[in-house]
Design a protein around this ligand. Structure first.
Ligand code: SF4
Length: 213
């Protein structure tokens, strides 16, 4: 299957509406067949659902700032060279606390085959995992401070920076600001470490993608 056809199928998906979890479906994703880096978030927010593009709301500047610290030259380069998707692909609506509702297990399961097929087609060499649902899918049952600043292989084993194992998994906190995790100075140090370790890996993949273009 081509990526264009997969995108058409995902963008036309209404499974969660038919199952009664969402009033309407507006799947969000972006990316190109030559992307070697995939960023997986939790679910799009209200702004993303309107614009139908990932990371448009208040988390946009924070995430782009992190990725530029990790070696990207600009937001334009991120959007061209990173395949951006999420565990569930439609805005889940607001939760009781005022923030975005966390998609439930059934919604994650309904959306799972879309992500499986995206992974199978893109075959990313680097997976940047942003936020709790993405961490749970690939690196379950671990606190954030046991994830951020470390590198993992697809089996969940921690690996060293010099490894040639691919794909490499790099967990980051969610940039939305809803979590207070980054208020602690020791956690901000973990984020600094994560971005430092991400930088040489991202740079080598970006250079390889440019050479192959
Ligand atoms: S969240 Fe996923 S499974 Fe549910 S309607 Fe949107 S694309 Fe389909």
């Amino acid at each position: 299957m081509s990526l264009a056809r997969l995108h058409r199928e995902i963008l036309g998906c209404t499974r969660c509406v038919e199952a009664g979890y969402l009033p309407r479906a507006a799947p969000v994703l972006s990316g190109y067949p030559d992307n070697r880096i995939m960023l997986i978030g939790q679910a799009p927010g209200a702004v993303e659902a309107v614009r139908r593009l990932p990371f448009q709301g208040r988390s946009r500047n924070v995430l782009m700032g992190w990725l530029i610290r990790a070696g990207f030259s600009s937001e334009a380069q991120v959007r061209r060279q990173v395949y951006m998707t999420s565990i569930t692909k439609c805005f889940p609506g607001k939760g009781t606390g005022g923030g975005d509702r966390r998609p439930g297990r059934a919604e994650v399961d309904l959306c799972r085959s879309h992500l499986d097929r995206q992974l199978a087609l893109i075959k990313p060499e680097l997976l940047i995992l942003v936020g709790g649902l993405a961490h749970e899918r690939f690196l379950p049952a671990r606190p954030l401070d046991a994830l951020v600043g470390r590198l993992f292989d697809l089996s969940g084993q921690e690996v060293t920076s010099g490894t040639h194992i691919r794909p490499l998994l790099v967990p980051l906190p969610h940039p939305s600001g809803a979590s207070r995790w980054l208020n602690a100075v020791e956690n901000r140090r973990l984020l600094d470490r994560a971005l430092r370790r991400l930088r040489p890996i991202a740079r080598s993949l970006l250079d390889a993608q440019l050479v192959g273009a």
